[in-house]
Design a protein around this ligand. Structure first.
Ligand SMILES: Cc1cc2nc3c(=O)[nH]c(=O)nc-3n(C[C@H](O)[C@H](O)[C@H](O)COP(=O)(O)OP(=O)(O)OC[C@H]3O[C@@H](n4cnc5c(N)ncnc54)[C@H](O)[C@@H]3O)c2cc1C
Length: 449
């Protein structure tokens, strides 16, 4: 490890060694840049965000980390399934049946190990990685920036031409610059989650599916992480939690005992470790390139509700765009990004995020959810939905118009019941286990794509 001097200089400093930071580090080190990644924690460390999307695979392959993930024994994920908590509806999606069947599979990951693989990979490509190194100060300059960080009991300063903020929801640079964040959702939500053993599992190819269980005002995720361990989380409105008068973990227990689908899935489960909570997490900055040589990537740019598991993919894709734009600016001999390039970066990342913001709005809108849960094989729209659920954010025309058609049908559904209505409140009272979870219904209801 290099001993830093007071005036150490790197071409690029990346603050944060999560998927956004390590992916940016991999692209930039591959391009021959001298890169420093500062990571506050000692890896491996717990992190939430465990379900990947197959459209991330391109990034894994481009950076060269793909074989390490394949060899890493991570759980294969081939699709997703959605059901109602009262057990009345079930819908299973297979990525291979989407409009882009080549994106048929990805992984469920325990982030402690996954993030370590990505960070080690960036280091193997030549990035300098410093763990337990917390960025604490920042001065942006015309020709270079200075970042102050705490490491090994001392304060250090590093100078750089380019700076990437990949600090996740800490948004270190955005906060240091005093930039304001705008919410991406009206309702504030809180997530309560833990790892469990003994949770119900699908058999066969669906064993790695993520299961989303929709309640009247919230939802649960079930993410199988390995042969034993399952990540289970509950997302609800902060206002609902407050009104209930319960603490987050009490609310988690109450709901799992009172909704049949949850009760069935967790009846033999045993919690491993503590319960975590994360609140108030949907926002975005107005610009993701606040300076000609500064980028925000991943959650440091913005964060949307995790219902469609888009966070890690967004972090990696924004890192990819940032690395490309840096390359283009340097190849052109420019001092940094032009105003147009800065707008372009913000627009490109925003556009990807907006695909999800719209889907998330539809998920929480009951009539749209009714349609989502009843994808009639009209105009091949279900296959477009599968592609979005799989992480398609660049919308070619064949996908774009089908999404528009889907939202049009959602609009119709709000006025006329073109798909069967869902009664979210049916069977809300505790019931003894009467049947297996609804995976048995899958063959009959899988989307005809
Ligand atoms: C409840 C919940 C469920 C989620 N589920 C999913 C999911 O299923 N799938 C999915 O893809 N995404 C999910 N996400 C989103 C996912 O967690 C994030 O989008 C993803 O981790 C973003 O990656 P990142 O690299 O931008 O930030 P992070 O992964 O948060 O990494 C940021 C890193 O920066 C470091 N850091 C912070 N401040 C400093 C500092 N001052 N100095 C140095 N280092 C610093 C942190 O230690 C951290 O390691 C979920 C999020 C939540 C809240």
């Amino acid at each position: 490890m290099i001993e830093p001097s007071a005036a150490e200089t790197f071409d690029t400093v990346i603050i944060g060694g999560g998927p956004g930071g390590s992916t940016a580090g991999a692209y930039l080190a591959k391009a021959g840049r001298k890169v420093l990644i500062l990571e506050r924690e000692k890896f491996p460390r717990f992190h939430i965000g465990e379900s990947m999307l197959p459209f991330s695979n391109d990034v894994f392959k481009e950076t060269g980390v793909w074989p390490k993930l394949v060899d890493g024994g991570f759980m294969e994920k081939k699709g997703a399934e959605f059901c109602t908590a009262n057990g009345t509806r079930f819908q299973r999606f297979w990525f291979a049946r989407g409009i882009s069947p080549e994106y048929g599979q990805t992984f469920q990951v325990e982030r402690a190990r996954f993030d370590q693989v990505l960070l080690d990979h960036a280091a193997s490509l030549g990035a300098t990685v410093r763990e337990e190194a917390r960025a604490s100060g920042l001065v942006l300059g015309d020709s270079e920036h200075a970042v102050t960080y705490e490491w090994q009991g001392m304060t250090h300063t590093v100078r750089c031409r380019w700076l990437l903020d990949a600090t996740g929801r800490d948004t270190f640079v955005g906060k240091s610059l005093g930039l304001s964040r705008v919410p991406t959702q009206e309702d504030r939500r809180i997530a309560t989650y833990a790892h469990f053993r003994g949770v119900f599992r699908n058999e066969g190819d669906a064993a790695g599916h993520i299961t989303i269980v929709r309640l009247p005002g919230g939802w649960f995720w079930f993410i199988p992480l390995d042969a034993e361990k399952t990540s289970v989380g509950y997302v609800q409105r902060v206002d609902d939690l407050r009104e209930s008068g319960r603490r987050p973990e009490e609310s988690f227990d109450f709901v799992t005992q009172n909704y049949k689908e949850l009760h069935d899935r967790l009846r033999e489960a045993e919690r491993l470790g503590g319960i975590h909570t994360t609140a108030d997490y949907s926002y975005r900055f107005e610009t993701f390139a606040p300076h000609p040589r500064v980028f925000f990537v991943g959650d440091a740019a913005g964060f949307t509700d995790p219902i469609f598991s888009s966070g890690v993919m967004m972090a990696m894709k924004s890192a990819r765009v940032a690395a490309r734009l840096m390359g283009e600016a340097d190849a052109a001999g420019a001092a940094g990004l032009s105003p147009a390039q800065r707008r372009l970066y913000t627009r490109d990342v925003n556009r990807m995020m907006t695909v999800y913001v719209k889907m998330i709005t539809a998920f929480y809108d009951n009539p749209s959810f009714e349609l989502f849960m009843h994808p009639a094989p009209v105009l091949n729209i279900p296959s477009a939905i599968v592609a979005i659920v799989g992480g398609a954010t660049e919308l070619p025309f064949r996908l774009w118009w089908r999404m528009k058609a889907f939202y049009f049908f959602c609009w119709l559904q709000r006025r006329f019941a073109i798909a069967p209505r869902i009664d979210f409140h049916a069977e809300e009272t505790p019931r003894p286990l009467a049947r297996k979870p609804m995976q048995d219904a899958a063959p009959a209801t899988a989307p005809g794509v």
